[in-house]
Design a protein. Structure first.
Length: 762
């Protein structure tokens, strides 16, 4: 690209050439061949005491360098893997957070818990060692569901957590909500179970390390969503190391959206063992291992009640929920199901009274944390299904009831009764644009055509939003060199296109061609600070800070240009990538000035991180009554993500998020045996993901309502479509089945569930 860009131009991603030509730098592919191989022996039991481990036979095998267990961690005083978000009950008590060592001492608490770390010359030798490693287990009864965990006398996951209750949490005005229900003309009720889900990104997690004896420096290169937070936690909380003795690096990442964000047991153990052995190590998570090693999400049971007055206006909402946290408190887990739900449970609607109550429990399952949407897809599924049911129960159409209750643009910013303030939205415009573009008026004719072909057609709506989050610990540095700009940022791309988006922001701010801008990320040695990438907030965090750093570049450059052009700084203006003396033809280009004297600009994040992107989806499906199979025929998404940097990349984020949501709605479910705690869907033979023929042609439209919370009006997009798609698809399927008396089906709406529901109704 030879010229500067404006925000919004749909250029192709700069990263894609190297990704598509095999030049990507993924952790497993860059590991040195001479590094020793690591294998983690994982518990085959959901709940068991470890009576003893005999490492002798394994250590006697050729090529085996070490076998580490929890006893070694305790001897070295290795610390707890901490959560950095927290919940407090209404009395002010913090959530219970029992000890979580990278390898548990004395007892395993889920299938896949790490029992031993084997280091060998080759992976085959490590596997041989695992076969002969003698572990004596005393198997204990397991609890898998929240109902089991909270039952009187249930086996305790942690002896120091009575009743397995991690926290009892609530939000909202209970008295006002009860009052609203007391005067309601109608109350609709829905209970759901949102299935547990596993993220299957293209690149499984991996890590490799090196040791520099001269500086006593351990370097770990790993697949992550940001290096700075794990670095701080490893050094300060887990390994008790000076920060200069550990360097963390992340290069290219093949997908994240949640489970690559938290500090992990595996990368922490590799950092610890590298120093202990003074040698480089390497580990790659196997695909089948991923289901037991990476955090899960969405395991929620909830009941919601919606109160309406006689005119159909929403006057109150109550939610009672039970959240399954798994065996330990993962890094962001406390607030994922709880405040994740509370942020969006008001939807795009005017609901003056809301009360939410949660019981949060430990179980003998893989710990949960953020996966794309982070508590919000299941919340909006609950709300949007409830709105459809309320419409039918009060003799209205789903379109009509939503029109009555949608927020107006003149009500923004809107303080929701759930405790969050929506910054800017035009919900009515979103809704009417979606209906018109989707040709909702022509649905009846399409339904008749489907019926003539022996299929049931349904139309589903989803009015949804996202509350951006993440960690706004950002310090951007932009170095101006003789031939390029080099910008260092603290967020981390996992496929979102940061190198393109951030370069576009700098190009627009400085009038510099994108091709002369380099974006660097993922290195604790060269990046001053950073909170990583999560919460759909990277463009808010790094984008606005890049603009501020660009402004500093201009100010510092103005002083240098005045010196070079022998005039006063007040006489210097910056335009089109050059400094010029006002009213003359005397000028010097940005790079020419840097060739004379290199300089930089830097800035820290100074805006607000919160924003509320909004969207409306319209989905049409055909259901085959003979098989129960659902075919998604049409899906339109209209999104308001504030100022758009690159429409092409926005559409890509929408497509990816929608497909993730389709998987959630129709097929994805992590299943455990409720007696043994064994994971029944641990491989892709048993855990279904959407394929190309499951996805219709997706139509994406945008409107723009800039956020007032940051200087560029950004809102974020990554999780918005995943929040909305499950509800839109489910509402479409249930609309197709409603004439047969089918009221509700929980996700995933599999062919078997749909067929069974139809058979029950004759």
């Amino acid at each position: 690209m030879s010229t500067a860009l404006k925000l919004g131009e749909p250029i192709t991603r700069r990263e894609d050439r190297r990704f598509l030509t095999g030049a990507g730098r993924y952790a497993a592919n860059t590991a040195p061949v001479q590094a020793s191989n690591v294998l983690f022996l994982r518990s085959p039991h959901a709940h068991a005491r470890i009576s003893g481990i005999d490492t002798g036979p394994a250590l006697a095998l050729p090529g085996v360098a070490a076998v580490f267990t929890a006893a070694d961690l305790l001897a070295d005083k290795v610390g707890h893997l901490p959560a950095i978000s927290e919940l407090k009950d209404e009395a002010g008590n913090r959530h219970r957070e029992p000890l979580h060592l990278p390898m548990p001492a004395g007892k395993v608490r889920h299938v896949g818990d790490i029992v031993a770390m084997i280091v060998a010359d080759t992976l085959e030798q490590a596997r041989d060692a695992a076969e002969v490693l003698a572990v004596d287990y005393e198997v204990l009864p397991a609890v898998v569901t929240v109902a089991q965990a909270l039952a009187p006398g249930a086996p305790l996951v942690h002896e120091d957590v009575p009743g397995n209750l991690m926290c009892r949490w609530g939000k909202g005005d209970r008295a006002a909500t009860d009052s609203a229900f007391g005067r309601a003309a109608h109350v609709s009720t829905l209970s759901i179970r949102s299935p547990r889900q596993i993220v299957h990104y293209l690149e499984t997690r991996a890590a490799w390390s090196s040791y520099d004896a001269t500086d006593d420096l351990v370097t770990v290169t790993f697949s992550s969503q940001g290096v700075q937070i794990p670095h701080r936690l490893m050094c300060e909380r887990v390994l008790d190391l000076p920060k200069e003795k550990l360097r963390l690096v992340t290069e290219d990442v093949g997908g994240g959206f949640g489970p690559k964000y938290p500090i992990s047991a595996e990368s922490t153990l590799i950092a610890w063992a590298t120093r202990k052995l003074c040698r480089g190590l390497r580990w790659t998570c196997e695909r089948a291992e991923l289901s037991q090693a990476d955090s899960h999400a969405r395991d929620l049971v909830a009941t919601a009640e919606l109160a309406l007055d006689a005119e159909g206006r929403f006057i109150g909402l109550r939610v009672k929920a039970e959240a399954n946290y798994g065996a330990y408190v993962s890094m962001f887990a406390p607030t994922i199901p709880t405040t994740g739900l509370a942020k969006v449970i008001s939807g795009l609607y005017r609901i003056p009274a809301i009360r939410v109550d949660f019981d949060c429990a430990f179980t003998n399952t893989v710990p949960v944390d953020a996966i794309r949407g982070a508590g919000k897809p299941e919340a909006l599924f609950l709300l949007e299904r409830l709105v459809d049911l309320a419409a039918h129960e009060t003799g209205r159409s789903p379109v009509e009831l939503r029109r009555i209750n949608l927020l107006r643009a003149d009500e923004m910013p809107y303080a929701a009764a759930s405790g969050y303030t929506y910054d800017a939205a035009d919900c009515t415009r979103l809704f009417e644009t979606a209906l018109a573009t989707a040709d909702e008026a022509g649905f009846a004719a399409r339904r008749a055509a489907s019926e003539a072909a022996g299929k049931y057609r349904g139309l589903g709506l989803s009015c949804h939003l996202h509350g951006t989050g993440g960690i706004a610990d950002e310090h951007v540095v932009v170095n101006v060199e003789a031939d390029r700009l080099v910008a260092r940022v603290g967020t981390q791309s996992q496929g979102q296109g940061h190198e393109t988006v951030f370069a576009q922001i700098l190009s627009a701010a400085l009038g510099v061609p994108v091709g002369r801008i380099e974006i660097r990320q993922g290195d604790t040695r060269s990046i001053p600070r950073g909170g990583g990438t999560g919460g759909s907030s990277s463009t808010i965090i790094s984008g606005t800070t890049l603009k501020r750093a660009a402004d500093v570049v201009i100010e510092r450059g103005r002083d240098l240009a005045a010196e070079r052009l022998e005039t006063a700084p007040a006489d210097i203006a910056y335009r089109d990538g050059a400094f010029e003396v006002v009213g003359t033809d005397r000028r010097i280009g940005l790079f020419e000035l840097a060739a004379w004297k290199p300089f930089d600009g830097d800035a820290v994040f100074a805006d607000r991180i919160d924003s509320f992107p909004t969207g409306v989806m319209v989905c049409e499906v055909e259901v085959d009554p003979e098989t129960g199979e659902t075919h998604v025929d049409r899906l339109l998404a209209v999104a308001d993500c504030g100022t758009v940097v690159n429409h092409r990349l926005l559409a890509g984020q929408m497509h990816g998020g929608i497909v993730h949501g389709l998987g959630n709605a129709l097929m994805e479910e992590a299943l455990y045996d409720e007696e043994s705690g064994q994971l029944l869907s641990g491989t892709l033979m048993d855990y279904a993901l959407p394929r190309a023929d499951d996805v219709p042609s997706l139509q994406v439209e945008t409107i723009v309502t800039p956020s007032p919370n940051n200087m560029l009006g950004f809102k974020g997009v990554g999780e918005l479509p995943t929040n909305g798609a499950p509800a839109a698809v489910a509402n479409a399927v249930l609309d197709a089945l409603r004439p047969f008396g089918v009221r509700h089906i929980d996700m995933p709406l599999t062919a078997a569930k749909v067929w069974t529901a139809l058979q029950r109704r004759g």
